[in-house]
Design a protein around this ligand. Structure first.
Ligand code: PLP
Length: 478
């Protein structure tokens, strides 16, 4: 197995093979024992009782079922490993795992305060940290089960505020915006993108001038390319037309920690600073916030939008006159454990430039390093420079045609993941011929679209591993 190198207190340490599990920075086994013990200790403060025999399973059948399960789980791609640079996937931080397990054993439900007595408080605190990360002066927000549901909530509020008016988003926006508009009975319009994959401001201005749009979705970190819509410009155009702005920062949101930061990982602060003046924001802690799946978040700048959620739940809202999170959420049951995991992670790696920002900076540096390596390669070329930590590139083929690039990309993807000795996992992205020619005018257009290669470098270890990734991909392209 490949040995891992991990940054500890600014230095590099070589870890024994066995510690690679979950990143190896802390011993997860120890923390899982503590998590279980802390709950057992609390439970012991209540009178003992006998569990019902209907729940009993034999140790033998548990062992055999677990064996089958563990074996099946070995069929996963190695999302934990730096050779996996495919999709937006990585294991959660050990702090998130320990927090999640400890809370899950209690299994609180953050719908109502009596169901999630402690974890609702933890959720409000963690959400306040997210709001201040974006510079919001006031906020109303909560965690959701995903970015999709968080965006649905933002669009639901958009519909209530501008009934009869539609939603505009870029052609590169996440596919669920169109789907959610359909669900909400709103007209969704995809606006063309520029040669950097950002919403085209001229086309947007023309669309908003029709008066038919009530809300624009700006994406800071598109799913395919990691492109950042110019939120400051979008906001200016939108306000001219009395249009609201929702920011889909599901993928890129935590990169706001690098806005205006010193060093090469620093990002142009303008789009990120403008987010504070937008109407709603979605960010997914289960992407760049080190959390397990089941942790999205939606934030509104104006707490008064809470009125659109008004409902009664006589069977749950009875222990407190304080805000039950279910009163401002479209979902009912939500895992209190997700809030606990995020809260505990933020205690250790807060959403600040010096905290979680360092994790993001490593990913961003990895993308910049790979981009530099690609610039001198005879075998691979950058599709467009990375704005975040997503690198897009394609094999240079003799024919120099879209169909040849498509075939070579597909072959490299398959050869890389099927190599039993030195597997490498990337992804492909299908782009249109016109988008390709916007960036590479000399390409031969013999097809309407082509697959290119794409790598999401969301593990900070990519920074150390990127030279290997590049040479491995060159080998496959050669
Ligand atoms: C920009 C963007 N928005 C929304 C989503 C949907 O988020 P989820 O998969 O958590 O539902 C994604 C997922 O990749 C995304 O990248």
């Amino acid at each position: 197995m490949v040995r891992g190198f991990w940054g500890i207190h600014g230095g590099l340490r070589r870890l024994p093979d066995t510690l690679i599990l979950f990143g190896g920075i802390v011993d997860l086994r120890d923390w899982l024992t503590r998590a279980v013990d802390s709950v057992a200790d609390w439970q012991a403060s209540y009178p003992p009782f006998e569990t019902h025999p209907s729940l009993e399973v034999s140790q033998e059948s548990f062992l055999s079922a677990f064996d089958i399960f563990a074996n099946r789980m070995r069929g996963n791609y190695p999302y934990f490993h730096p050779s996996y640079a495919g999709q937006m996937l990585k294991p959660p931080h050990p702090a998130a795992v320990a927090g999640y397990v400890a809370a899950m054993l209690v299994n609180p439900n953050n719908h109502a305060l009596d169901g999630g007595k402690v974890t609702s408080e933890l959720e409000k605190e963690a959400v306040a940290q997210l709001a201040s990360m974006f510079g919001l002066h006031t906020h109303l927000g909560h965690l959701t089960s995903s970015g999709t549901i968080a965006n649905l909530e933002a669009l639901y509020v958009a519909r209530e505020l501008h009934p009869g008016r539609g939603v505009a988003y870029s052609a590169e926006a996440h596919y669920t915006h169109e789907r959610m508009c359909g669900l909400l009975g709103m007209r969704g319009t995809a606006v063309e993108t520029d040669d950097k994959g950002r919403i085209d401001l001229g086309a947007l201005g023309q669309l908003l001038a029709t008066g038919e749009i009530g809300t624009v979705v700006a994406t800071t970190g598109t799913t395919g390319l990691g492109a950042i819509d110019q939120v400051h410009d979008v906001l200016a155009i939108a306000r001219e037309h009395g249009v609201r702005v929702h920011v889909d920062a599901a993928y890129g949101g935590f990169f706001t920690l690098l806005a205006g930061a010193k060093g090469r990982a620093g990002l142009d602060p303008r789009p990120w600073r403008a987010i504070a003046d937008c109407d709603s924001i979605v960010v997914d802690p289960h992407k760049h916030g080190l959390q397990p799946y089941g942790c999205g978040a939606v934030l509104f700048g104006d707490p008064a939008v809470g009125r659109f959620y008004a409902h009664d739940s006589p069977y749950t809202y009875f222990t407190s006159s304080e805000l039950h999170l279910g009163e401002i959420s479209l979902e009912c049951s939500r895992a209190g454990a997700a809030a606990a995991a995020l809260w505990l992670t933020f205690q250790l790696l807060p959403p600040t430039t010096d905290g979680l920002g360092q994790v993001l900076a490593a990913s961003r540096n990895a993308a910049l390093d790979w981009s530099e390596l690609l610039a001198t390669s005879d075998l691979l070329s950058t599709y467009q420079p990375p704005e975040l930590d997503i690198v897009s590139y394609f094999p240079l083929t003799e024919a120099g045609s879209l169909s040849a690039i498509d075939a070579a990309s597909g072959r490299i993807l398959a050869d890389g993941m099927n190599d039993p000795e030195r597997p490498v996992f990337v992804s492909t992205l299908t782009v249109t011929a016109s988008a390709f020619r916007q960036r590479h005018p000399r390409i031969t257009r013999d097809s309407d679209r082509a697959r290119i290669l794409r790598s999401v470098l969301m593990k900070p270890e990519s920074e150390i591993y990127v030279t290997w990734l590049h040479s491995r991909l060159e080998e496959l392209a050669g």
